[in-house]
Design a protein around this ligand. Sequence first.
Ligand code: BG6
Length: 471
Amino acid sequence: MAKNNTQTLRSDALALFGITGDLAYKMIIPALYALVKRGVLTLPIVGVALEPWSAAQLRARVKDSLQRSGWIDDTKALHKLFSLLTYVSGDYTHPETFTAIKKALGDAQRPAHYLAIPPFLFENVIQGLGSAGIAKGARVIVEKPFGRDLPTARELNRVAHAVFPEDSIFRIDHYLGKEAIMNILYFRFANSFLEPIWNRNYISSVQITLAEDFGVKTRGAFYDTVGCLRDVIQNHLFQIVALLAMEPPTRQDPDAVQTEKVKVFRAMRPLAPADVVRGQYTGYRNEPGVAKNSDVETFCALRLFIDSWRWEGVPWYLRSGKNLARSVNEVVVELKPPPQKLFDDSPSASGETNYLRFQLAPHSAIGLAARVKQKGKKFIGDQKELFLIEEEPGEQSPYERLLGDAIAGDRTLFTREDASEAAWAVVDPVLKKHPLSLPYRRGSWGPKEANALIAKDGSWHNPVLELKKNG
Ligand code: BG6
């Protein structure tokens, strides 16, 4: 995308808050290594955390993180990364920590501060950066969750804006860095055949599934304060909805895209309890860190409406959950049946109508289901899938791409303040008031009540992993 903004100067140093944490270990350190390996990251990196580690301990952790992701295939790049890295140990509530960071940043004029830390620490760190004078000319990269409801998101934005202007705040949603998700935007607006049918006249419903075949693993204590709606729906799935539902941006510019996404969030009808089914997998309450009487949802299905000219009356069904039958992320856009039932097997509204399917993970593929006549005299046929695209996974991981973009000042794949708040406004009513979580069996597709939610408009497509090629 064009970089039409004022913030396109490259950062000249990176301060990574939370370098000893889980996110840095699993995602950020491998991304830094990959950027160094490609020769695009040559700036000093100051790791910050509470642990009183030596440089040797930090290097051992970095090595361990890379070995875990199986990526030490370039020892020169590893040594380069080590040479860029220094470490500041300190408490985020102590001004001395920020004085030490300032010293470690040396003469950097435009540092990027990456907050890979629990959200309750954001405020301390942002204020610390401001007071130490290392926010000027800098940008701040913030991990989700950005708030836990509309009021806290607003408060967080207020705190951030006291120190950083909006165009220096980079809110990460790693889904936006995924190749298959970026392709939704491209596919929609680089082709002309889609637009005439991409509206309420031809589309009967849209459904999006983000299913995971594993539980909360070691994240029980965190997850039990969040739940599925906050963890992945308000952000990852809503971003996919926005890309599918938005109007074409007026130009190829990050702000033009954001503006169209905000319009989608603002047109979303705020959710009511009857639009939501919450579930919890059996045994969740015995997971480490989870309350014994927890009602937190590990599954959530919802029905959403976008009250706009294009989408009036089209239901959007979203669902996500842990410990479901398989790990898959897929969008199915169902088309209305032909107006005339010409053949004996012509689909009715509830039958096998045409659809467009975007599989986003584990494969990146787009399929178009169309009816084709069987051999013989009779005019009957089968639904076949025609593959429009099937791609290898992207060459860059989402974190590598997003970190590289933030350092370069490209805001295209980051969430703007108004988008984040508008998305919270949609889910806010059901964060306050919602039905109880219903139990579901591990390895199933969630509670059966989720089927009742969609029944009026069809049924959930439970995605198969092997993509059949018929076309
Ligand atoms: C994270 C959530 O944001 O996204 C996790 O906190 C979830 O709970 C993950 O598992 C899914 O991301 P991906 O890229 O593995 O689909």
